[in-house]
Design a protein around this ligand. Sequence first.
Ligand code: S3P
Length: 427
Amino acid sequence: MRVSLGPRRGFHFAGPVPGDKSVTHRAYLLATRAQGETWVRGALRSRDTDATLAVCRALGADVRVEGEDIRIAPPAKLQEPSAPLDCENAGTLIRLAAGYLAGAGLFAVLTGDDSLRARPMRRVVQPLRMLGARIEGRDQGARAPLAVLPAGLAGRIISLPLPSAQVKSAVMLAALDAAGETVLTDLMPTRDHTERMLRQFGARVDSQGDSVRIVGGQQLISPGRLDVPGDISHAAFLLAAAALSERGETRVTGVGLNPGRTGILAVLQRMGARIEVSAGADGGAIEPSGDVLVRQSELVGVEIEAAEVPSLIDELPVIAALALCAEGVTTVRGAGELRVKETDRIAALRQMAKAVGGDFEELPDGFRIQGKRHVQGGLVQSLGDHRIAMAAAVLSLRSREGVEVADAEAAAVSFPRFFDLFEAASA
Ligand code: S3P
C-alpha cells in the first residue's frame, strides 16, 4: 500500500492513543502463567501484540475479547505447542518468550518473519544458557528459529552490560522457574515494565541500583485486572507532527509516562517545542501515566548521547524527522542498537532523509543531520519498518511537495490505524 500525504500545514489531534506495546506483550504473557483470570483493559491490538496472543493460545490460554477487555484464562499448566510459535515481526515477543519457556519443561520452536529471523538472538540465548537453559538456534543460537528444550534451571549471578529491556526481561522470566536466586548485575537503565508487572502479579522482585534479584519458584497470582496506558511511542509521532506543522496542536491523554520511556519528551523540550506534561494521579496503577500537550514551534537541533538512548531508542526515527526540519545540527551517538531493529534503522533513516532532500550523515553508532526549515518531499520506502513509515508521514507536514510512503501497511505492526488517524488530524 502506498500512501500519499500532501504538503498540509495544520495538525490537530486530541485524545488517547492505542495501548502500550511493551506493556501489552508482558500482560498477556504473565496472565497466561498466573493463577486466576486476568482482564487486560486498553491492550494494544496490532500485528506484534496479536502474535503474542496467538502464542498464549498455543500454550493453552483461553483468550476472549470481551468489549474493551481481553480476558485471559490460563491453562492449569503451560501446554506444549503443537507447531512452531510464529512471533512475526516482534523482537520483544521472541526474546521474552525464549526466557519464559526456558524452564517451562516443554519443547517449543520460536520463529518469525524475515526481519525477525535476521535479528540477533545470542544476546538472550547466552544468559539463558548460563541458567541451564537448552536453547538451540541457527548459527549456534545467534538467529531464529530457536528451539527451546526442557531443562532444569538454576539461579545464578549474571552480568548484563547490554542496555536491553528485552534481554533483562527474558532472564527475569526464566529466573521464575530456576532453583534458587538469580541476580542480574551491571544493568544499564532501561524500561522496567517487567519488574513493575511481576510485582503486580504478586512476585517479589528486588531492584537495587544496577541490579535486580529474583527468587525462583514464585507462583504468579493474577491481580484480576490490568490497565494498559497509551503508548508514548505511538504518541511521539502525533506530538512531533504538532511540533512541526505550522498550525499544530496535539493533546494525548492517558499516555504512559514510565521514566524509562520519556526521553522523547526531554528531547522535544530541548528542541524548543512548547510542551506541557500533566502527570495523572496514578492511584496505584502499575505504570505512571498522564496527558501531554505539544504546540507548534520553531525547533533547533540537539545532541543525544549514549546515556539517553535507551529512554528514546524507538523514537529515534521520529527524532530524525524533527531534526530534518529543525534549525542547526542534530547529532545522535551511542545508538548502534538502531542497526539491529526491525531494519538497520540508521541506513533506513538515511534513505528516508535522502528521499525527501535532507542532509543526513550516517555514523557507525548514530547519525548527524543538518536541518533546514523545510524538506522537499518525495517517495520514502518503509522497508517494512513500522516506525520508518510513521516518521516519513510526519515529514510530510514540512515538505514542499508532500511525501509518499511505500509499504505503508508496515505501520500495522504497532499502530494499525495510524494513517487514517494522521490524515484525519492533518488539514
Ligand atoms: C522493548 C525494548 C526495546 C525496544 C523495543 C521494546 C521492550 O528493545 O526497542 O521496541 O518491550 O522491552 P531492546 O530491549 O532490544 O533495547
